[in-house]
Design a protein around this ligand. Structure first.
Ligand code: ATP
Length: 591
């Protein structure tokens, strides 16, 4: 598929206002994508690599602006691009204002490792754009910045305005065409898992996904939750249908979405299951351990690779097991006497790339494994929890690194485990159905969390205000938003996650030191400034405490927080994992 075709279809998709009509258009694009299908699916989501792969292009705005300027000709420089950006507000639209192509004679620039621009004239294809962008990602070491610039220049130099729009957005990882994960999932199901009436006119007012398609959507969703690879799942759906999707299994080294818990009580657990597995709820950060027999990779809950920041965990795994495994667990920080430290101590590690060794001396972290998804060639996602626990214990033995599940049908015994957990400084307990399988990405009723803490909310920062006087160069008051739960949220689906509604501002509970690091963290995401007030792209999630949720006309959500208090940055959550309005509403009702 030519990149121009992709760009023009992406424009049509962006112009479509209805959800169902958008899904129809995405479906049609997938049907027409032929060999480029996996790439088209990723590009639609602004990705070059699958969601589980942490590889980045490492192209910042400055480099992108320079590449655009260079391709736009000798009369344009980065300053021009940047002043246009200040005026227009979005780099894709800025890129579309230039005439590219005048630099074709400059053969030394723009080629890939496969050779200069020679032989690279003519229309850009989707595959070629993908190849070049991957080449950019693979370019490292001395002189790599110049090399990345050359490759980008080469792409823009051959781009039409529409192509340049999407090329620029793709490089920055944001397509802005209103296509969320749920739309892509539904479109894959509609495209490949039901008979298409070849010559029927598309009917944009009737959606493709009706109740009868729910099984198809579920099949796609399960494969996505296990693999986190939309491109591969689309290809399998097209080439092998539902059976192929059912066979998409776990792969050591490729993270699956974490199974999640709902809040619940011991009474509910025993009523529903008869017997309950009771485990300590460790107060740390979720980690998925993949050991392929030689190397270990660790992934956080939102599938970032956290192997480097956690060398102790890697060392532990490699000393404890010698067969391939996938384990699910929590990384906890422990004091010298072995007692647990607050989970913020672990999260501090996740963002430290460079001084891991020093951090390691300051904070000791350890693994607490509570599930086993793969052991020595056996996939265990569909095995009951009791069996997965047996395998876990067989692998790791009787150590602190394994949670000690108690199986009981007595509420008093559950209360005793709970009291012990709290006494020893843990967060509370988890209750699990011993017969349940591992359901990736699901927040079902098979895992219940019971913790006595007052609830907190995980909210997305969407704005801030510059401080005054001594704090004039620090962002101070932060505007918080809840996720607007997508249509699909109710069905445990991968919710479309690009809409947020404001719910309040937080300014208390933040030390000067924290203000500095928060400013550093948020400033790159500032989208607009109006005097002291800035709007910020949804990237960072704050955990906040509060005394009460009130109905309020002041904010978009219709709610406001009373006495909001900053707790921490949830480094382990992306905006898509932040709390949605449904939870806010429920908490407000429960007060
Ligand atoms: P919270 O902020 O309450 O931890 P969450 O949204 O991060 O909530 P939940 O699914 O609500 O995640 O709670 C389960 C989390 O508790 C898991 O993601 C995991 O990180 C942690 N956890 C600690 N101990 C256990 C355990 N024994 N079994 C399962 N999860 C555990």
């Amino acid at each position: 598929m030519e990149f121009a075709e992709f760009a023009s279809r992406a424009e049509e998709i962006a112009d479509e206002s209805g959800d169902l009509a958008t899904t129809d258009r995405v479906r049609d694009l997938l049907c027409d994508a032929s060999d480029a299908l996996p790439i088209v699916v990723r590009f639609l989501q602004g990705r070059v690599y699958p969601a589980w792969d942490a590889t980045t292009l490492d192209v910042g705005p400055a480099l992108l602006h320079e590449a655009i300027a260079r391709a736009a000709g000798p009369n344009v420089d980065s300053d021009d691009v940047e002043s246009k950006l200040a005026e227009i507000g979005e780099i894709g639209a800025v890129a579309a204002t230039y005439e590219f192509g005048g630099q074709r004679g400059l053969g030394a620039f723009g080629g890939g490792a496969s050779g200069g621009t020679d032989g690279e004239s003519g229309a850009l294809t989707v595959a070629e754009v993908d190849d070049r962008l991957r080449e950019i990602a693979a370019t490292m070491g001395e002189g790599s910045e110049g090399r990345r610039l050359d490759i980008l220049f080469g792409l823009f130099n051959r781009a039409s305005p529409a192509e340049a729009t999407f090329l620029a957005r793709l490089v920055l990882g944001e397509m802005r065409i209103g296509v969320g994960e749920g739309t892509v999932r539904d479109a894959i199901a509609a495209a490949f898992l039901r008979e298409r009436v070849a010559d029927a006119e598309p009917e944009y007012d009737e959606g493709p996904v009706d109740a009868a398609d729910a099984d198809a959507v579920d099949a796609v969703e399960r494969a996505l939750q296990v693999s986190n690879d939309y491109g591969m799942v689309a290809r399998v759906a097209r080439d092998e249908g539902s059976e192929g999707l059912d066979a998409v299994g776990l792969e050591v080294g490729r993270p699956v979405q974490a199974m999640l818990a709902q809040a619940g009580s011991a009474t509910e657990a025993i009523e529903d299951w008869g017997e309950a597995v009771v485990e300590t709820k460790f107060d740390g950060a979720r980690v998925q351990v993949h050991f392929d027999g030689e190397e270990t990779a660790l992934f956080s809950r939102n599938m970032d690779d956290v192997t480097d920041p956690l060398p102790e965990v890697v060392e532990f795994v490699e000393s404890a097991v010698d067969v391939p495994v996938v384990l699910d667990g929590e990384v906890v920080a422990v004091a010298d006497d072995g007692s647990p430290l607050p989970f913020q101590e672990v999260l501090r590690r996740f963002r430290r790339k460079y001084d891991v060794e020093r951090m390691r001396e300051e904070v000791r972290v350890e693994l607490r494994a509570f599930d086993c998804l793969h052991a020595d060639g056996d996939d265990l996602l569909d095995a009951p929890l009791s069996e997965r626990h047996d395998r876990l214990r067989a692998l790791l033995g009787d150590t602190d690194a394994v949670s000690e599940p108690v199986v009981t049908e007595e509420p008093d015994e559950i209360a005793a485990v709970d009291a012990r957990a709290l006494e020893t400084g843990h967060e509370g307990i988890m209750l699990k159905d011993p017969e349940s399988t591992y359901a990736p990405g699901k927040r079902g009723r098979n895992w219940l969390k019971r913790k006595p803490d007052v609830e907190t909310l995980d909210l997305v920062v969407t704005g801030a205000e510059w401080g005054e006087g001594r704090r004039a160069n620090l962002l101070g008051t932060f505007l918080l938003s809840a996720r607007v739960d997508g249509e699909s949220a109710g069905r445990d689906a991968v919710a479309d996650s690009d809409a947020y509604a404001t719910i309040g501002k937080v300014a208390t509970g933040i030390t000067d030191e924290e203000l500095e690091s928060l400013t550093e963290r948020l400033e790159p995401h500032v989208e607009r400034e109006d005097g002291q007030i800035v709007s910020i792209a949804p990237e960072v999630v704050f955990e906040v405490g509060y005394e009460e949720i009130q109905a309020s006309p002041t904010y978009e959500s219709g709610y406001a927080l009373r006495f909001p208090r900053y707790v921490t940055v949830r480094e382990d959550k992306s905006p898509a994992d932040a709390d949605g309005l449904a939870r806010v509403e429920r908490l407000a009702d429960e007060q």
